[in-house]
Design a protein around this ligand. Structure first.
Ligand SMILES: [Zn+2]
Length: 217
């Protein structure tokens, strides 16, 4: 996944370079011990072993949990709208399907709620941890956001309204020229088995209401 990883050519280093690297490694190990952290934590995220679905994903959320977290996300979307942004929001829930780890509203045209959350989550948590988590979003992620979820290694997605349903509200709005690329399509062309639920009928009304109000005002 990272082209830089395989650029090194062992065996071509001078003795001096080998010694320099040895010293640097020893220093890093010493600092790691002092900081009380494992060396693995100091590795860049992109070098971590990315899980392709072999590890246990844990228990899937119940319909009640899906409804509850989506309604909570819609409340974040409402606050986001009142703060002057588009009414989209996402929530990250831990593997226990209850603990709220992060919430994120839409920022602007290129910083959507889901991709922003996924990016911040990837900085904060390991890929292994995120594989057990679920991304909840009021509206189906666009291709950019589904792609960022994929790279962040978040194992599940639950969305309220489909991207196609949103398109009915926004139309060809220049502020939000909605795409029509289902997230299942994005994941189907990937190397991971990310689970997807949506649209969720029981939350469509409150989510639709918010978008009807916002895009038709
Ligand atoms: Zn997006």
């Amino acid at each position: 996944m990272n082209n830089n990883v395989h650029n090194e050519q062992p065996g071509r280093y001078s003795r001096r370079e080998i010694f320099r690297r040895f010293l640097a490694g020893s220093m890093a190990s010493a600092l790691t011990v002092i900081a009380g952290r494992s060396i693995a934590e100091d590795k860049p995220r992109e070098n971590m072993q990315i899980d392709k679905g072999e590890s246990v994903l844990g228990v899937d959320p119940t319909p009640e949990q899906m409804q509850r977290h989506l309604l909570a996300a819609n409340e974040v979307a409402r606050q986001t709208m009142h703060q002057g942004h588009h009414p989209f929001a996402a929530i990250l829930i831990a593997a226990d399907n209850e603990t709220v780890l992060m919430t994120q509203g839409n920022i602007n045209t290129v910083n959507h709620a889901e991709s922003t959350l996924a990016r911040l989550a990837a900085e904060k948590y390991t890929a292994e941890f995120l594989w057990g988590c679920t991304l909840y979003t009021t509206v189906e992620p666009c291709a950019m956001c589904a792609g960022t979820q994929y790279w962040a290694n978040i194992g599940r997605l639950v969305y309220g309204m489909s991207e196609r349903q949103l398109l009915d509200f926004t139309g060809a709005n220049s502020e939000n020229p909605t795409m029509d690329i289902p997230s299942r399509y994005v994941f189907a062309h990937s190397q991971k088995s990310i689970k997807v639920w949506g649209p969720v009928e029981s939350v469509l009304e409150p989510i639709a209401k918010l978008h009807q109000y916002f895009w038709n005002k």
